[in-house]
Write a protein that binds this ligand. Structure first.
Ligand code: GLU
Length: 317
């Protein structure tokens, strides 16, 4: 087993960077361009808040789909597991994350899970607040607490692009409205979803979210913000559905809960061990960062992070 250090992370980054050539940067996201093609940054934070970083760890990107796990935590807080999963399923989906056809399947009646777009829009409609502004400020305050970063905010240009390019998400949301799945007004649910996607974050922020899930839902001041049962639910959903329709592959090859976004961001959470944040914009056809994915596989192997291995408990026998 390798020892975690900044130097080890630099080496791991050099090994993983060539995989960026296999991906493409999503062209319609503001703040992201071809200059980011070779970019790869990582932060790892341990439960006693030791921080390890390498590469372009400070580069911010829009959260995109990584925002879905925060929305799920808030909805679980607001309504509890039973009510949330009346609105959205908990099964992995083999189709792409913005699939429309899966919604119409008679066997299903609700979106497959909270990590696909339709599921996240349903979940957004559950987050409590009088107005979209209230709901979004609850969302942002929660994220600021978790990441200990009061500067976090939505990028207006990214938000505008989400709204202007949102035809597909609008189709999903209006279909959900037709089946009575949405709790709030359809445009309100969409607006909150678009805002969540547009928050800018760097790899350290992503790692802090992973750590929050990994160390019992405490903020850095020691306040418990989420009960264990909700953390378990979120991590299980991340493991089974967090890496789009490659989640099975990542469960096998990485073996801990992860969530990716089409900005090339990934949140990794190794229960009791560490939070991992990765940013590398080129993504594969399923939406996962190519170099970021390669890096996670390497970290899992070198640092023995696979939850299904016995390596983590070896020392205890
Ligand atoms: N803004 C993108 C969408 O809603 C995010 C998708 C993603 O990161 O998976 O389609």
């Amino acid at each position: 087993m390798k020892k975690l250090s900044n130097q080890y992370l630099e080496e791991a980054i050099e090994d993983s960077k060539p995989y960026a050539a296999n991906g493409e940067i999503k062209p319609d996201i503001p703040r992201m361009d071809e200059k980011m093609r070779d970019m790869l940054g990582v932060t790892i934070i341990t439960p006693d808040f030791e921080i390890y970083r390498a590469g372009e760890y400070d580069q911010t990107v829009p959260m995109q789909s990584t925002s879905k796990i925060i929305g799920l935590m808030l909805a679980l807080q607001d309504f509890g597991k039973d009510r949330v999963f009346q609105t959205v399923g908990m099964e992995p989906m083999g189709d792409f994350f913005n699939s429309i056809s899966s919604l119409e399947s008679p066997a299903n009646e609700k979106p497959f899970n909270p990590m696909v777009n339709a599921g996240a829009i349903s979940v957004a409609s559950l987050i409590k607040g009088q107005t979209v502004e209230n709901r979004f400020s609850r969302y942002l305050d929660f994220l600021k607490d978790i990441t200990e970063n009061n500067e976090l905010k939505m990028d207006e240009e990214v938000y505008e692009a989400e709204v202007n390019n949102g035809a597909r998400n609008r189709s999903l949301a209006y279909f959900l409205q037709s089946t009575g799945t949405l709790v709030t007004d359809v445009e309100d649910a969409l607006d909150l979803y678009f805002r969540m996607n547009s928050i800018m974050m760097n790899s350290t922020g992503f790692a802090r979210v992973g750590l929050f899930l990994a160390r019992g839902g405490y903020d850095p001041d020691g306040n418990k913000l989420i009960p264990d049962q909700h953390l378990r639910t979120v991590k299980a959903i991340m493991l089974t559905s967090g890496m789009y329709n490659a989640s099975g592959h990542y469960a096998v090859e990485v073996g801990f809960p992860c969530k990716s976004g089409v900005s090339g961001s990934i949140i990794g959470s190794v229960p009791g061990v560490m939070g991992i944040g990765v940013v590398s914009p080129p993504i594969d056809s399923k939406g996962n960062s190519t170099a970021g994915g390669a890096l996670l596989k390497k970290l899992s192997k070198d640092l023995e992070l696979n939850m299904f291995g016995i390596e983590n408990i070896k020392d205890k026998h």
